[in-house]
Design a protein around this ligand. Structure first.
Ligand code: ADP
Ligand code: MG
Length: 324
């Protein structure tokens, strides 16, 4: 359905995209994950025909987007990073405008009403867009993308700037749309792609560093998991006792103190969850655990691990790097 071959986009001497290739099949929900500046928007703008390429090509249904941008755009609904809404129109006026612009032939009233209800903006349909909250504006942006019932929906950072409740609502909406559309969504939030997408493409500095099913990636991330624990007890003894636990590979007393607790960084062997044995140990010894948090699940740590994994280095890579 979508095929991207060796895409390169250069701005001056800076490579925004440096040889990106991937393929997306009909019905997939794919997340494009990467930090700011990774090249997510550039990729999406090329896919949707808004930006030319320096080299390489993108195909929608085997049609080169640059050869037939209008034909390709018919298959795509796009929510750009800055939603293209007109503040002085009401929601309904705007959707009618988009309907005309796209040359839509579906039965107008039924189609627009269905969109209003899918994105849940029926109650604001006669309000001026400029008077809507950020969350509602974003929904109007999504509604605009759905006009014409495109098979492919592309969302660039759809939850940026929304509050937690709105974020959950938009995620639910994206999952719903994913049931009968091909969806590509970009984000810099790992939890977002984990919640919504079945496949994750990670891009960093214009290159793809991982492209796999969400569950496999999550496994990779959680393999050899690290925790930060705050435990009230004598630092040396606590450290020594945790080190003896089955499955614990390494314990580091970080020296951080919080009241009468000490912080420890605990790394376990692949696939072993040491949280319960840790709890049992501390409970037996009368050392209250006042904090237990996974560490190293931030994007940066994951990037380091994925890049190292590709280079064949897995064990202790983060630690060694820190020591350098
Ligand atoms: P993301 O969406 O992942 O945050 P972008 O695709 O917007 O990343 O940007 C990728 C890189 O290309 C960044 O380094 C950015 O500064 C650069 N870039 C994007 N647009 C332009 C432009 N119009 N002119 C020059 N550099 C640009
Ligand atoms: Mg962007």
């Amino acid at each position: 359905m979508i095929r991207v071959e060796h895409l390169v986009k250069r701005y001056g001497t800076n490579y925004a995209l440096d040889d990106i290739s991937f393929e997306i099949k009909e019905g997939e929900i794919v997340g494009l994950l990467g930090p700011n500046g990774a090249g997510k928007s550039t990729t999406m703008n090329i896919l949707t025909g808004y930006l030319s390429t320096t080299a390489g090509a993108a195909y929608i249904n085997n049609v080169n987007i640059l050869d037939d941008p209008i034909g390709a755009k018919k298959f795509i609904g796009f929510l750009p990073e800055q939603p293209p809404v007109y503040p002085d129109m009401t929601v309904m006026e705007y959707l009618n405008f988009v309907y005309e612009l796209k040359g839509c032939t579906l039965e107008r009233e039924a189609h627009l009403n269905e969109i209003l209800s899918v994105v849940r903006i029926v109650d604001v349909k006669d309000r001026l867009i400029k008077n809507l909250s950020k969350g509602y504006k974003q929904r109007v942006g999504i509604a605009q993308a759905l006009v014409g019932d495109p098979k492919i929906i592309i969302f660039d950072e759809p939850t940026v700037g929304l509050d937690p409740k709105q974020i959950l609502e938009i995620r639910t909406l994206m999952r719903t749309l994913g049931k009968n559309h091909t969806v590509i969504l970009s984000t810099h939030i790992l939890a977002e792609v984990q919640a919504v997408c079945e496949r994750i493409i990670i891009i960093n500095k214009g290159k793809i560093i991982a492209d796999e099913r969400t569950e496999n990636l999550t496994k990779t991330i959680e393999d050899g998991y690290r925790y930060q624990a705050k435990i009230c007890g004598p630092q040396k003894e606590v450290k020594a006792a945790i080190e003896k636990l089955n499955g614990v590979k390494e314990v580091e007393a970080t020296g951080e103190r919080d009241g009468d607790s000490f912080a420890f960084r605990i790394e376990s062997e692949r696939g072993i969850d040491v949280r319960k044995p840790l709890f049992n140990l501390c409970s037996r010894m009368g050392w209250p655990i006042v904090g237990l948090m996974p560490v190293g699940t931030d994007l940066e740590s994951i990037f380091i691990r994925l890049v190292d994994r590709d280079n064949g280095v897995v064990e202790n890579s983060v630690k060694r790097r820190r020591a350098h």
